[in-house]
Ligand binder design. Structure first.
Ligand code: SF4
Ligand code: SF4
Ligand code: SF4
Length: 251
């Protein structure tokens, strides 16, 4: 189990957007009001109407499918909780985007050297035992940070105290084998705009169970990945050549 987790309590969220602003500031992004997760919006507070809101962000899965399908191990789960992405390793295949059961990772489609972008659970803070920016700023206690054990205990306490307020389960306790973002929902998972079909099993285990049964695909797969890697390298070489050419013209 990860050391840390976030606990989002929908009943306490007032939709102020402070978490969005804190996240953007923490990641040197220009201030804006997101309307979805995208390359410069790592979290989005969705207005569900009638004074109710949902947060969207990377769920920081305990067994991340995004990392398990990445052929070059560009995504990695930290024992602290965050799932991080390494630009130096990524070859741009975007399998992580396709594999994520929560549809989180986004891509800088219009950049010359596009990156995979998503919430990194404020890895630079969490690995120093500091709370995430979004949890630090939240004025109502809707977003909380602490040990995963403590967040689960607190969520169970709130559920037991006010069962009429919440849906019966803690979203993220079991989904995809458990996540480092836990949610107490007052509306159903679907009404909250979250995926309600995520299996409770550890998905990388299922993924590899399937792949193990397809040995014939591996040579093709390897050739395909080799081609993708070559294209990525070629793209970087072209970008570098174009940059040098531009500098030559400027001189
Ligand atoms: S800062 Fe807290 S109350 Fe405000 S939108 Fe984010 S989670 Fe909701
Ligand atoms: S929510 Fe998606 S992107 Fe985030 S860790 Fe899980 S599989 Fe990866
Ligand atoms: S944990 Fe950090 S990166 Fe993720 S939504 Fe909160 S502030 Fe943004």
């Amino acid at each position: 189990m990860s050391k840390y987790a976030l606990l989002f309590d929908q009943s306490l969220c007032i939709g102020c957007g402070a978490c969005e602003q804190a996240c953007q500031s923490e990641h040197d992004q220009s201030p804006h009001k997101p309307d979805k997760l995208d390359h410069e919006s790592f979290t989005w507070v969705e207005d569900l109407g009638k004074g109710q809101y949902t947060r969207h962000l990377c769920m920081s899965c305990e067994h991340p499918t995004c990392a398990s399908v990445c052929p070059v191990a560009a995504l990695e789960k930290s024992e602290f909780g965050p799932v991080t992405w390494d630009a130096a390793k990524c070859m741009g295949c975007r399998y992580c985007m396709m594999a994520c059961p929560f549809e989180v990772p986004t891509y800088e489609w219009y950049e010359r050297n596009p990156r995979i972008r998503k919430c990194d659970m404020c890895v630079h803070r969490v690995t120093k035992d500091m709370p995430t920016a979004c949890a630090s700023i939240c004025p109502t206690g809707a977003t909380n940070f602490g040990s995963r054990e403590a967040m689960l205990t607190e969520a169970r306490r709130r559920l037991a105290k006010s069962p009429e307020l919440y849906q019966g389960a803690i979203y993220g306790e079991e989904e995809a084998g458990g996540t480092s973002v836990l949610m107490l929902l007052t509306k159903s998972v679907t009404e909250s705009g979250l995926p309600d079909t995520v299996p409770h099993e550890d998905l990388p285990h299922l993924t590899w169970s399937v792949l193990e049964k397809l040995p014939a695909i591996i040579p093709v797969w390897g050739a395909f990945l080799g081609g993708m890697y070559w294209l990525g390298s070629r793209k970087d070489a072209v970008a570098a050549a174009e940059k040098n050419e531009g500098q030559d013209h400027d001189e």
